[in-house]
Design a protein around this ligand. Structure first.
Ligand code: NDP
Length: 339
């Protein structure tokens, strides 16, 4: 059983050397007697920015997410096949998505977090993205928190990533005007030419305040926040009265020892702006509503999910580290095995 173990707590940006490969020859391909767990063969693993928090020393960011223990396999979302089960809800051969390990086979002793995949006509890898945790996050943040109206002016940061690309497409389908920002020309082209954004800019080449003033001369109604820090400070100054800000993530802050302050929050008062943070966990109850909404769009190819697929467990650490340098275009995942 090839595995990727957690080796060291990063200081600053995570590095490939914070991970270690090993082979565990002792694994049994059966769930032990007396357990009601499942044994998974892992097919796809998801690279997600929150995993950086779990690399910090300490107990965890949420009750359900404990930090990685040194020398234990990395944990994250994935798509897997059940190869043995002693749990009444799972049968051999079931395809599932949920938390698993960065290894070929994982014994999951408490499989409560696993969801059986029922719609198998959709590419299985989509359950790491558009139909998995990132899809739920984008859906909840945009529809439940931002509550879009036709004609709203929407700005999305990290727009060519896993979540941002979906929010932009949701905004278009809701009759909004949407502009995204991203860190390279390739990503800007993708937003404009493939994902249907009305416009897009490269924040490394254009100063954000000037760009926002140009693209939103009357201000922004909805900001879907993925980046944080100075970007948020600038956006607040460009919001319209009664604007909504969904605080999804702040990736620019995750590798900093001390988070940057945001100085312009007084504008939330003056402009009657609602800013709301959220986690995907808190919106699990909308997952089936999200599926009903998303499946027809996916089948009719009205929504696409751009994927960046690293092949093989050995390329997992580089793929994860790349989230923090903008190497990924679209949803970053790692492919391990065919069904
Ligand atoms: P992405 O697929 O968007 O990958 C991360 C991207 O962030 C990179 O490709 C890069 O794109 C951009 N980025 C990295 N570092 C910086 C930086 N310092 N400044 C600006 N941009 C940066 O990731 P996801 O779509 O999975 O996640 C997007 C956000 O949503 C993250 O903040 C994440 O933590 C958050 N999130 C929140 C959840 C929740 O429950 N609230 C759940 C899942 C994710 P570029 O080239 O454009 O810079």
């Amino acid at each position: 059983n090839k595995q990727v173990l957690f080796k060291s707590h990063p200081i600053g940006a995570p590095k490939e050397t914070d991970f270690q490969f090993c082979e565990d020859s002792t694994i049994s391909l059966e769930v032990p007697e007396g357990s009601n767990g499942v044994l998974l063969k892992n097919l796809y693993l998801s690279c997600d920015p929150y995993m950086r928090f779990l690399m910090a020393p300490g107990s965890g960011i949420e009750e359900e997410l404990s930090n990685y223990a040194v020398s234990s396999p990395i944990k994250g979302y994935g798509v897997s096949k059940v190869v043995d089960s002693k749990h009444p809800n799972f049968q051999n051969g079931d395809l599932v998505w949920g938390t698993t390990g960065w290894e070929e086979y994982s014994l999951i002793t408490k499989p409560d977090d696993l969801t059986t995949i029922e719609h198998k006509d959709i590419p299985l890898s989509y359950y790491t993205g558009i139909l998995g945790m990132p899809g739920l996050t984008a859906y909840a943040g945009f529809y439940e928190i931002c509550k879009p109206k036709v004609g709203d002016k929407v700005y999305v940061s990290a727009a060519a990533g896993s979540i941002g690309q979906l929010v932009g497409q949701f905004a278009k389908s809701a009759g909004c005007y949407v502009v995204g920002s991203a860190g390279s020309k390739e990503k800007v082209d993708l937003l404009k030419n493939k994902l249907g954004f009305d416009d897009a800019f490269n924040y490394n080449e254009q100063e954000i305040d000037a760009a926002l003033k140009r693209y939103f001369p009357e201000g922004i109604d909805i900001y879907f926040e993925n980046v944080g820090g100075k970007a948020l400070d600038t956006v607040v100054l460009n919001m319209r009265m009664h604007g909504r800000i969904a605080l999804c993530g702040m990736i620019s802050q995750y590798n900093l020892e001390k988070h940057e302050g945001v100085h312009n929050l007084i504008q939330l008062i003056f402009r009657n702006i609602r800013m709301e943070g959220f986690t995907s966990f808190a919106y699990r109850h909308v997952y089936s509503k999200m599926l009903d909404f998303m499946l027809p769009y996916i089948r009719e190819k009205k929504i696409i999910c751009v994927e960046d697929i690293a092949e093989g467990l050995e390329n997992g650490p580089a793929a994860f580290v790349g989230l923090f340098t903008g190497r990924n275009v679209g949803k970053q995942l790692v492919a391990l095995a065919a069904k």
